[in-house]
Design a protein around this ligand. Structure first.
Ligand SMILES: CC(C)(COP(=O)(O)OP(=O)(O)OC[C@H]1O[C@@H](n2cnc3c(N)ncnc32)[C@H](O)[C@@H]1OP(=O)(O)O)[C@@H](O)C(=O)NCCC(=O)NCCS
Length: 166
């Protein structure tokens, strides 16, 4: 299946239900952001969500906010008010593709576009955290592993912080 038949756009508040449903499919409950979290995020930074659709079905998305704080911490996930549109660093909070659309490059396409947008906006770079098993995946896109995050332990998981600096 070719990725070109899928459409990509930024989010609006009305995407909240679909986004929360995809997140619940992709992450265990302790790690998944909830509907109310997405509601707050979308109210503050819907422009920093990239969504991919097959027709009108949401199949993949990437989201995150902008901040001058260089390291990602757990408070950022909950406190959408920390978004600073003039900040130096584009954070990534979520990368999701629903199971039946995986392994076709959906997430990679969104990630590359998300990174490109951050570059165009003049950010210093992009920061994310991920499980050890995905370090190789983000490294392919240009992220550098900075080791285990001291500031992010949500879901009682060990998270590696990775950074792509322009
Ligand atoms: C991680 C996740 C977002 C990846 O989504 P995806 O759309 O399948 O990602 P991609 O298709 O870009 O890449 C996934 C794999 O498929 C491979 N792939 C990409 N296009 C392919 C194709 N046409 N044919 C075969 N394999 C392909 C990629 O190389 C990658 O392989 P790798 O893991 O060996 O590097 C998805 O599995 C997910 O939602 N997981 C649960 C939530 C999660 O863990 N999110 C990440 C949080 S850090």
């Amino acid at each position: 299946m070719s990725l070109s038949k899928f459409t990509i756009r930024k989010a609006t508040l009305s995407d909240c239900n679909a986004i929360a449903a995809v997140e619940a499919t992709c992450f265990p409950p302790a790690e998944a952001a909830k509907h109310e979290d997405f509601q707050k995020r979308l109210e503050r930074y819907a422009d920093y969500f990239l969504l991919m659709f097959d027709g009108d079905k949401l199949i993949s998305f990437v989201d995150g906010f902008v901040t001058d704080i260089p390291d990602l911490n757990d408070k950022m996930y909950e406190d959408a008010g920390m978004h600073n549109p003039n900040g130096a660093w584009q954070m990534i909070f979520g990368v999701n593709t629903i199971p039946e659309y995986r392994h076709q490059g959906c997430a990679e396409k969104l990630l590359r576009l998300f990174v490109q947008n951050a570059k165009v906006e003049g950010r210093r770079g992009v920061v994310l955290t991920c499980k050890e098993k995905l370090v190789h995946y983000y490294a392919k896109i240009g992220f550098v592993d900075e080791g285990i995050s001291a500031d992010s332990t949500h879901g009682n998981v060990v998270w590696n912080q990775m950074r792509l600096t322009f």
